[in-house]
Design a protein around this ligand. Structure first.
Ligand code: WTA
Length: 630
């Protein structure tokens, strides 16, 4: 066997040979219901554009809903939905099928046909799931936009995807208050002539602006439709959805996912990572459907596996800080999947809060979104998992579509803070600058060295950006560059170290420094801006901005005004924690901003090596200015 063979990694563990990996994925795909069998598992001839299960045809919504009803599970609960104000709804698989069919018939009545794009901005209400599945059923790629995004952010996503329909609601509940939604989406659709209709769910009963002819109430259009609809099978590579995510440049990228491979890996990982038993488990993923975690682990993976899930509309501390634990107790949740930022918030609120509830139903705990620090890992296991539930730390990305690295729930060695090993069928490596795998105990860049079924199929409308962003860094090896740093420990297990690019991770949300910088410089008073992510004990990172004001603007602009401006441009999640007004920014001779030095300032550290600065005294002037201001 040649030393470069796939059969042995440097670490002496036996990696899966390629043929076995493809056979593994073919078996996993076989768990789904296909209308037409595929002819080839993987076509990588046009790399980095992959085609999985070529020639195969299936209907994603049929796989998530109808087939379970056909198999006699119509009475099984698909969702226990909890509204923020305390209203509830129980949706069985039979009812889910009827709702999805009605919604699909409504979309057909609007003239939508396979391939048309639909934008969705909705709170965490059942209609969000019905809408996504109705789109999947009709082959309409959906683009779900997080409810917290600004009208400007929604508008650019609608335009980029060329959406014909927008589905939204009148308002949303947020920490006990009613907030407008339709008013915001109207602002977003003022200049988007491509949007022919806006379908509006009545959730809060608030008054909304209305455009006759364009706007339609969900309850008037959808509820009167037939609850029967014959699904059509689509090609395995038919686009399922576009989901926008921050990259290193200002404009968000539309990550494209397709049908057969995506559903195969979302379902398989959901089943294996949590050891899911559809007959006994009650599963709850606390993400919002506006993020990839909501797509893969609230909607597609769990439903393909006939899971009974909890779907919760509200925030964790409304009306009180025990709300999640109350819900776990009420429904007997056995698998709970959340983000480290929330775990750290629970820690801050205190362990006596979960202690007041019976959490004995918990069997497995999951974590996603950012590296989980060992203290949070231990607290999670101890206080939510009764000291015995395994904690599975799952590493993946919008681009990977599904979990890539995670310990198996019955793994004998749990390492707090380590995602450990690629899941079955997946291959990942930690490499140095040259793309050479690093030794045990060393760190480098995380790469995915083999294609995987739920991989992104591209960036919507921009093939070049897809190649440049993910495949140019290690082009010689044809490795996918994830943008994360990682380390092998002495056992060869993987530890994630955070982003190595200009993407920040705030409460598990990806926000690029340049996106926030663009928002800041779009304010008339700002001449220049540089943004860094400073470590934060609760949110992982906090956004800190350094701005240079325009001459004469000093008196008229407040730092709070600038923070609000960013919230309006992008959304409240992108609002900088701190904005420091500075006279200059540290730059290299080639004009590149040295964020490392700004990060030192933001984290109150001794400023590091300034020798590559064009003008080494800049940092002194920044410090002097900040001292004056305080
Ligand atoms: C980070 C979320 C460490 C990482 C599913 C990645 C993590 C980015 C983990 C993707 C984890 C996610 N450990 N880091 N378990 N999970 N990340 O696209 O930096 O919103 O590149 O997908 O989050 O964020 P995204």
């Amino acid at each position: 066997m040649s030393p470069r063979s796939d059969h042995h990694s440097r670490h002496g563990q036996t990696a899966q040979p390629v043929d076995d990996r493809l056979a593994f994925w073919a078996r996993q795909a076989g768990e789904l219901d296909w209308d037409t069998e595929w002819s080839e598992v993987l076509d990588w001839s046009d790399a980095p554009f992959a085609r999985w299960f070529t020639g195969g045809k299936l209907n994603v919504a049929y796989n998530c809903v109808d087939r379970h009803v056909a198999a006699g599970h119509g009475d099984q609960v698909a969702f226990h939905w909890e509204g923020e104000p305390g209203d509830t709804r129980t949706i069985t698989y039979a009812e889910l099928r009827r709702e999805v069919c009605r919604t699909a018939n409504a979309l057909l009545s609007l003239g939508l046909r396979a391939g048309d794009r639909v934008a969705i901005q909705l709170p965490m209400i059942p209609e969000a799931v019905f809408a996504m599945l109705a789109c999947a059923r009709l082959g309409l790629p959906h683009s779900v936009v997080f409810g917290g995004f600004s009208p400007a952010a929604l508008q650019s996503r609608i335009e980029d995807a060329g959406a014909r329909l927008l589905i939204t609601s009148d308002g949303q509940y947020r920490r006990g208050r009613v907030e407008p939604m339709k008013a915001n989406t109207d602002e977003a659709t003022r200049d988007t002539p491509g949007v022919e209709h806006v379908l509006v769910v009545r959730r809060t009963g608030t008054d909304v602006p209305w455009t006759e002819g364009r706007d339609l109430w969900w309850h008037e259009l959808v509820d009167v439709q037939s609850d029967r609809h014959e699904p059509e099978a689509f090609d395995a590579e038919h686009p399922l959805f576009i989901l926008y995510t921050s990259g290193t440049t200002g404009r968000p990228k539309g990550i494209l996912h397709t049908s057969g491979g995506y559903l195969t890996q979302a379902a398989c990982t959901h089943r294996t990572v949590f050891g899911l038993d559809p007959d006994t488990d009650v599963y709850w993923c606390t993400a919002d459907i506006g993020w990839i975690t909501g797509h893969s682990y609230i909607v597609y993976g769990p439903l393909a596996n006939r899971t009974t899930s909890v779907l919760y509309e509200g925030t964790p501390n409304t009306p009180h800080e025990g709300r999640h634990f109350e819900i776990i107790e009420k429904y007997g949740v056995s698998v709970y999947y959340t983000a480290p930022t929330l775990i750290r918030t629970f820690m801050k609120w205190g362990e006596d809060i979960p202690a007041r509830h019976d959490l004995s139903s918990i069997r497995v705990l999951g974590s996603v979104g950012e590296p989980i620090n060992p203290e949070a890992w231990r607290w999670y296991r101890e206080h939510i998992g009764a000291g015995r539930a395994p904690v599975v730390d799952t590493w993946w990305q919008t681009e990977t579509g599904a979990v890539m690295i995670a310990p198996s729930p019955d793994s004998p060695s749990f390492k707090p803070g380590s995602a450990q090993t690629p899941v079955p069928g997946i291959s990942a490596k930690v490499v140095d600058d040259q793309g050479v795998e690093v030794a045990k105990g060393e760190s480098g860049y995380l790469v995915l060295d083999q294609p995987w079924p739920s991989m992104l199929r591209g960036v919507w409308g921009d093939d070049d950006r897809y190649r440049q962003t993910y495949w140019a860094r290690f082009a010689a090896q044809r490795y996918y560059f994830a943008g994360d740093g990682a380390r092998y420990d002495d056992d060869g297990d993987i530890w994630l170290l955070g982003r190595v690019d200009d993407v920040m991770n705030v409460s598990g949300h990806r926000i690029s420094t340049s996106e926030v910088e663009s928002a800041l410089v779009s304010h008339p008073a700002v001449a220049e801006a540089a943004v860094v992510g400073a470590s934060d004990a609760t949110t992982g990172q906090a956004i800190v901005a350094f701005v240079i004001l325009r001459e004469g603007a000093g008196g008229e602009v407040s730092v709070d005004g600038l923070r609000e401006h960013v919230a309006r441009e992008i959304g409240p999640i992108a609002k900088p924690r701190r904005i420091l007004v500075v006279p200059e920014l540290p730059k290299t001779r080639s004009g590149k901003i040295m964020r490392r030095l700004l990060r030192d300032v933001a984290e109150n550290r001794q400023v590091g090596d300034v020798s590559t600065l064009a003008d080494a005294s800049v940092m002194d002037r920044i410090h002097a200015g900040l001292a004056d201001a305080s």
